[in-house]
Design a protein around this ligand. Structure first.
Ligand SMILES: Cc1cc2nc3c(=O)[nH]c(=O)nc-3n(C[C@H](O)[C@H](O)[C@H](O)COP(=O)(O)O)c2cc1C
Length: 303
């Protein structure tokens, strides 16, 4: 029997596979497809304090091996989340991670302060990196001082572990990662989507209502993997890798590189059971390659 458990230090996961924020609804939408408690965990859609409608359509466009989204973080807000959704999530025996957003630092802190009173959340993932809310949203992950400031404030407010989600839209991801670590982040997750646009040549105008969107899917995997490679060598806290993972082998590339866990995003839209298949493929790899524990695979990259 392969041991797929992962110890992130602040939380133990059944396995390293977590469904990524924004691609898995509030989790419940995927309950008809499989038993959610089989996942290592899932991250719910980004939450601001108040409900939000998101961006005007069109909000999605497919590109070769990728997807550009400009959803713009629509959401139910913390009150409805706590009253209507969280009670149902509490029954699911897996790590429930809440993706936290804010238009300013204070909003990040007030989301966390509000949710801290509620049972059943394993950790917060700070979304300081969404590229398609440019008009209203902060993107502190583009700047090491802004990252330090918001992570410190949230850490002071939160009684729960804080995972900081980084943006790939920077020149030096290591600098931002080190700032988040110094501010007290318990883990890092990387990456969010890459800033992108698409053009409609008949209309000669941008395809997306918001003009800018975030590119995700297999097209970004070599870039996000490179960033994980750079960051894991420099930080002491665990790194959760994501970007274009759609198979067990993709997930293994991240784990071998040194990520302690992975998040699955766009692949959920192609196959709602993608995460479950990836868990099975990880088990098969361990069995075929003589690993009793998945933890023994992590960081085994030869140089
Ligand atoms: C439609 C869509 C919505 C997303 N919404 C969020 C979100 O609310 N919060 C967040 O931190 N990331 C969000 N993301 C980013 C994903 O969680 C993930 O970081 C990114 O898509 C890269 O992984 P992938 O290539 O496996 O999709 C979203 C991505 C997509 C495609």
């Amino acid at each position: 029997m392969t041991d797929l458990t992962i110890d992130l230090g602040f939380i133990k996961l059944k396995n390293p596979v977590i469904a990524a924020s924004g691609t898995f609804g509030y989790g419940l939408e995927f309950a008809p497809f499989f038993d959610l408690s089989k996942l290592g965990g899932f991250v719910v859609k980004g939450l601001y304090f108040s409900p939000r409608p998101g961006n005007p359509p069109p909000r999605l466009v497919e590109t070769p091996s990728g997807l550009i989204n400009a959803i713009g973080l629509p959401g139910v807000g913390v009150r409805r989340f706590a009253d209507e959704i969280l009670p149902q999530l509490r029954k699911i025996k897996t790590a429930i991670i809440v993706n936290v957003c804010g238009e300013n630092e204070e909003e990040y802190a007030s989301v966390v302060e509000f949710l801290d009173k509620e049972e059943g959340i394993s950790a917060y993932e700070l979304n300081i990196s969404c590229p398609n809310v440019e008009k209203d949203g902060l993107c502190p992950a583009l700047d090491s001082e802004a990252t330090f400031s918001v992570v410190s404030l949230v850490k002071k407010t939160s009684s729960r572990p804080v995972i900081t989600k980084l943006s790939p839209n920077v020149t030096d991801i290591v600098e931002i990662a080190l700032s988040a670590q110094e501010a007290g982040a318990d883990a890092l997750s990387l990456v969010n989507t890459l800033l992108a646009i698409a053009v409609d040549v008949e209309e000669r105008k941008p395809v997306l209502g918001n003009i800018f969107g975030g590119l995700s899917g297999p097209a970004i995997k070599p870039i996000s993997l490179r960033m994980v490679y750079q960051v894991v060598r420099r930080v002491k806290i665990p790194v959760i890798g994501m970007g274009g993972i759609s198979s067990g082998r993709d997930a293994l590339e991240y784990l071998i590189t040194g990520a302690k866990a992975v998040e699955i995003g766009t692949a959920n839209f192609i196959d709602p059971e993608a995460s479950i298949k990836i868990i099975e493929e990880l088990k098969d790899y361990c069995e075929e390659n003589g690993f009793e524990r998945i933890e023994d695979v992590i960081g085994t990259i030869k140089r």
